[in-house]
Design a protein around this ligand. Structure first.
Ligand SMILES: C[S@@+](CC[C@H](N)C(=O)[O-])C[C@H]1O[C@@H](n2cnc3c(N)ncnc32)[C@H](O)[C@@H]1O
Length: 342
């Protein structure tokens, strides 16, 4: 058997499974993982003989995939916000939808990082097509007047205009961020990567997840700038205050267990998925605790699930947050709730 034939066989087997459109990609991903090669190598060695021990190992990987195990757990890797992450079954596989939360956080940090700018100056420093100052933060807010600690750290107008938009107003923001339920560290690490002066704390109730998150922080060269703390929600940071709190907490209703995609239900950690009978059990504790831990003018960003675009904003309003908005994902489903501390 040649390498091409082995790939062809794997693809045919996978095509009969639950994700036929990914059959070719998955067959290749397994082979590349096994051989440690890249696609260019695969193309130029397609006629090479394929057998023996490698073929046996490939068959074993294929079998795992055929039983529904996500490809990311088999290869141990995935990409989030353009960065590489190691994943095991101790952590949720970071989702593309969660990148919207990172986007929103960077948008807010960008706005917080230029407190001296009025709308006119803001527009003039934006690249074509960038959001207006109003829409970038859900409207002009009084960050500079309500958070003295942040305004002291903000760049001067001269530096902002002199060094350019992307690297300065975003890169120089030195606020504090808390990521609750960090899992693989995806959100915390992406933010630390793009905000090199921010101080980032990440908590998770699962020590196994935190150890993966630490490893990922090392891999992405941000380990020195992230504190990883084990514990329930904000308990590990009880006396601290933050400019920005972000979280993609468990939000699936236990009642939805039978309807979940088997790849999720049977392989991903249930502690990362389920939040009580209605999916709101974690939000209802997290939101008031986050309100108490934010500086005045600070922001809470939460990922939400399908059907939670009214209940989660209502919990935020009840806790005292204002200027509550939701942002849809690429499918138009409300995905990120932003709420400001007055
Ligand atoms: C949906 S996963 C999100 C992981 C990661 N933030 C991401 O977006 O890929 C939720 C995470 O919250 C953690 N978690 C669940 N309950 C928690 C709690 N009470 N306190 C802290 N973390 C919790 C889980 O261990 C899991 O890692």
């Amino acid at each position: 058997m040649t390498l091409r034939e082995a790939l062809q066989y794997a693809e045919e087997q996978l095509r009969a499974g639950s994700h036929p459109v990914r059959a070719r990609l998955d067959a290749e991903a397994l082979l590349l993982h096994l051989t440690g090669k890249n696609r260019a190598w695969l193309l130029t060695h397609a006629a090479d003989p394929f057998g023996g021990c490698t073929a046996t190992q490939y068959a074993a990987l294929l079998q795992r995939r055929l039983t529904g195990e996500p490809i990311q757990y088999i290869t141990g890797t995935c990409e989030f916000y353009g960065l590489p992450f190691h994943v095991t079954r101790d952590v949720l596989i970071p989702r593309p939808e969660t990148e919207h939360l990172v986007e929103k956080a960077l948008e807010l940090a960008r706005n917080m990082g230029a407190p001296g700018l009025d709308s006119e100056t803001w527009e003039s420093t934006q690249p074509p097509g960038a959001p207006s100052m109003e829409s970038a933060a859900g409207g002009r807010h009084g960050w500079e007047t309500t958070s003295s600690s942040t305004s002291k750290r903000a760049p001067s107008l001269a530096r902002t205009l002199g060094q350019g938009w992307e690297t300065n107003t975003l890169g120089s923001w030195s606020g504090s961020i808390l990521d609750i339920g960090t899992g693989s560290g995806a959100i915390a690490i992406a933010l630390a990567h793009h905000l090199p002066h921010a101080r980032v704390t990440a908590t998770d109730v699962s020590p196994a997840a935190l150890s993966i998150a630490r490893e990922n922080a090392e891999r992405n060269h941000v380990a020195e700038r992230i504190r990883f703390l084990p514990g329930d929600l904000l308990a590990p940071v009880a006396s601290d205050h933050f400019d920005l709190i972000v979280s993609n907490p468990p939000y699936v209703a236990e009642a939805d267990l039978p309807t979940l995609d088997p790849e999720v239900r049977d392989f991903e950690p249930h502690a990362a998925l389920f939040a009580g009978p209605d999916g709101l059990a974690v939000y209802s504790r997290l939101i008031p605790a986050a309100f108490a831990a934010l500086v005045p003018g600070g922001w809470l960003l939460l990922e939400i699930g399908y059907g939670q675009s009214e209940s989660v904003p209502a919990l935020c309003a009840a806790a005292g947050f204002h200027r509550i908005t939701t942002t849809p994902d690429l499918q138009g489903i409300p995905r990120v709730v932003a709420a400001a501390h007055p």
